[in-house]
Design a protein around this ligand. Structure first.
Ligand code: GLA
Length: 716
């Protein structure tokens, strides 16, 4: 009888993952890197052979997929569990391996004495080249099994990945990144905010000191999870490095009874030798084609008009109808009625939880507004914040016990609200029933689903429940989507604090940030683009004077910034200048003309030049491209550098011209705008020249933008 295989391999054209899966032994990763076409797993394993070293144990300690404590490895374990102080030393060895093809693998392991099993499900998407790993732990005995930590995987990081990029930020300034170089010891990011968080987007990039957007080795990792999380990378004293990502549990939060299983959120990973752009492109494709449910995949993303910054809580049917008419005239295709339409919600201290239309403001319901919106050829959407309650609400007066709490400790109100306990079925039934009634009554096709606070006291009946609460939110979203297959949901959490691939399984758009300041948005959207594609990135044109930063920015810049996202407007159209409204209208028409390219093409960030943010999208067949160049501040040289294009076909010739703004680009003349006729018919250049050499940028004023459009012309 043939002996069972010792190795399993998952491969795509670009990448290979080799695992050691010997029966009765600990499984581990032998290799994750560029596809090897002429090598065997055995030779890679032999090439990896280590030895004992002075001062160390007599044999080299083998890692595993979870680096359990009992492996003896010096670094932090990937699993921490126990049964009342026992079985902390569980060690899992392979019992069964199932592999039907070269992109899906299931490794079942068990500790026969402790009677705990663990199953690793690993896939490597053949077309897109992103791997997904989820790990499940099952308790097989009567004694409850407490899990304190379970990473989706302990992924060995090769030594060339000695730099790391992580994400930080705050309300209205999300997705800022921070790089660190080689270190020894541990890099840990923990998020216990009860949501994905403004300050800890659960993702990391690994790279080396020669990597940039278009060249060099880069790897990306993301945990698809909207609750508490822990990300860590440990460079051990023995020279090895491991990455771990998983849910962060509070004590006793995850306890398995007999037969129960805990499954980790998925960890996604991809690498490339072509820089960060290539990693982002893989993640974007994976999200669009493998994670989101496809309901919007082939539909144009409708241009929004959102009422928040236009009226805040000051609702009136008359005013909103006038705004809807104006918005439709300017090009909106969906009208989203934001906060303030329900219960006693006249400001942010009242009414949350009372999901019925406010009689004071809309005595006849939302019928007139919703039907006027539809007559204007727009969809009707509304804002909800299901997980929250104001103490000053009918719901709270009736059910003061429906909230998450730490008994005996005063509540910490945040934005004057408490958090409902969604682990209770009566709570989710109430929310489902009330919100579905609104959806049905007004034919709502779009929900902006908000979540406006951290969860400081995630307790229910004495136990910590962030994990269960997060799953309950997903379940409620899923249920509503099953009930209304046309319904689209936007994930908002005081801006971008719930933006991740977990929630995007059940939602269609992210509200990227509450800041509509176009200059800040350039940074925020660039940061978000490492993992989020433009088609999910909500981006609105805000008022001339930004409400959050007080900065005044031109309509041309505001419009161009929202143009590179899922575009919308969020401003009082009655207060803007006529000439600005005309610019806005043109930008929306232009966005509609190019949105198929923007939302289905391949996205690129450029590395320079100084003080400019350059991003672009190239169609899959490379016949068209659109590039945005924003001058953020002054540069230190009198003239700027070149704008290089990436992703074109070097054998193809392209006509390049500037399609935005329509005037006033450069304060001095003549410039390349005239010599290359960039504002008229444009000029034709080879893809090779545009990519390798680039085009001289015109001198621009700070806080201004231009958009190039490139179209392939027939080769002679
Ligand atoms: C949050 C959202 C905003 C808006 C308000 C309404 O702050 O991020 O876009 O919807 O809530 O209260």
């Amino acid at each position: 009888m043939a002996s069972p295989p010792k190795y399993a391999t998952l491969s795509t054209d670009q990448t290979q993952l080799i695992l050691y899966i010997q029966f009765g032994a600990q499984p581990h990763i032998v290799y994750w890197g560029p596809a090897l076409t002429n090598s065997t797993p055995e030779e890679i394993a032999l090439l990896s052979e280590r030895q004992w070293a002075f001062g160390g144990p007599n044999l080299d300690i083998q890692p595993s997929l979870s680096n359990e404590i009992a492996t003896g490895l010096s670094g932090p374990p990937g699993i921490i569990l126990d049964r009342d102080g026992l079985d902390w030393d569980a060690l899992f060895t392979v019992e069964k391996v199932s592999q039907q093809n070269d992109h899906e693998l299931k490794i079942q392991c068990r500790d026969t004495q402790a009677k705990i099993s663990i199953c690793y499900e690993i896939s490597l998407c053949p077309e897109i080249d992103v791997f997904t790993v989820s790990t499940s732990l099952t308790n097989e005995t009567e004694m409850p099994l407490r899990i304190d930590w379970c990473t989706a995987l302990c992924l060995p990081l090769e030594q060339h990945f000695d730099h790391m990029r992580s994400f930080k930020g705050k309300w209205a300034y999300e997705f800022q990144h921070e790089d660190i170089s080689t270190f020894r010891g541990s890099f840990v990011r923990e998020n216990k905010s009860g949501r994905t968080g403004h300050d800890t987007f659960p993702a990391l990039l690994a790279f080396n000191n020669t990597t940039n957007e278009t060249n060099g080795l880069a790897a990306g990792f993301h945990l698809g999870w909207s609750g508490n999380s822990r990300l860590r990378v440990d460079h051990q004293a023995d020279g090895r490095a491991f990455l771990q990502m998983g849910e962060l549990f509070f004590p006793g939060e995850m306890v398995l009874a007999k037969g129960e299983t805990y499954r980790t959120p998925p960890l996604y990973g991809a690498q490339s030798k072509n820089g960060f752009n290539s990693v982002s492109q893989k993640f974007h494709d994976h999200l669009n084609h493998k994670i989101m449910d496809g309901r919007i995949l082939n539909r144009p993303r409708k241009v929004h008009y959102n009422t928040w910054e236009a009226v805040y809580f000051d609702h009136s049917e008359e005013k909103l109808i006038v705004l809807a008419e104006k918005a439709a005239e300017i090009g909106a295709e969906r009208f989203v009625l934001d906060d303030g339409w329900f219960g006693g919600r006249r400001n942010d201290s009242k009414g949350l939880g009372d999901w019925w239309v406010s009689k004071d403001v809309y005595p006849n319901g939302l019928h007139r507004l919703a039907s006027r919106v539809r007559d204007l050829n727009m969809e009707f959407g509304i804002w909800v914040e299901p997980e929250m309650v104001n103490p000053d609400s009918d719901l709270f007066r009736e059910h003061p016990d429906w909230i998450l709490e730490i008994k005996g400790t005063p509540q910490i109100p945040s934005r004057n609200q408490f958090v409902l306990d969604l682990t209770r079925q009566d709570v989710t039934e109430y929310l489902y029933e009330k919100i579905c009634t609104i959806i049905k009554t007004y034919d709502v096709t779009y929900l902006k689903w908000d979540m406006n606070r951290d969860i400081h006291h995630p307790g229910s009946q004495g136990r910590a429940v962030t994990s269960a609460q997060t799953r309950a939110v997903y379940q409620l979203m899923r249920r509503m989507r099953d009930t209304f297959p046309r319904l689209e949901i936007e994930s908002c959490s005081s801006g971008g604090a719930r933006a991740d691939y977990g929630v995007l399984q059940y939602t269609d758009r992210i509200w990227t940030s509450d800041s509509n300041d176009a200059l800040d948005r350039q940074n925020i959207q660039r940061g978000a683009s490492y993992f989020l594609p433009l088609n999910v990135m909500g981006a609105h044109v805000g008022p001339e004077k930004c409400h959050i930063t007080g900065r005044r920015l031109s309509m041309a810049l505001r419009a161009a910034t929202a143009f590179f996202g899922h575009m919308g407007m969020e401003l009082n159209l009655l207060e803007e200048r006529q000439e600005d409204l005309a610019i806005l209208k043109k930008s929306i028409a232009l966005h509609k003309q190019h949105r198929n390219l923007l939302h289905t093409g391949q996205f690129f960030r450029q590395d320079g030049p100084e003080s400019h943010n350059i991003i672009g999208v190239v169609s899959r067949d490379k016949t068209e491209a659109i590039y945005s160049c924003t001058k953020l501040t002054h540069h230190s040289t009198t003239l700027p550098g070149l704008c290089k294009f990436t992703g074109l076909n070097s054998d193809q010739r392209y006509r390049i011209k500037i399609i935005w703004p329509l005037s006033e680009i450069s304060p001095t003349a003549p410039s390349i705008l005239e010599s290359a006729k960039l504002l008229d018919s444009g000029s034709v250049f080879s893809g090779e020249a545009l990519m390798r050499h680039g085009i001289q940028l015109p001198l621009m004023m700070p806080e201004s933008n231009l958009i190039y459009y490139l179209e392939a012309i027939k080769n002679d």
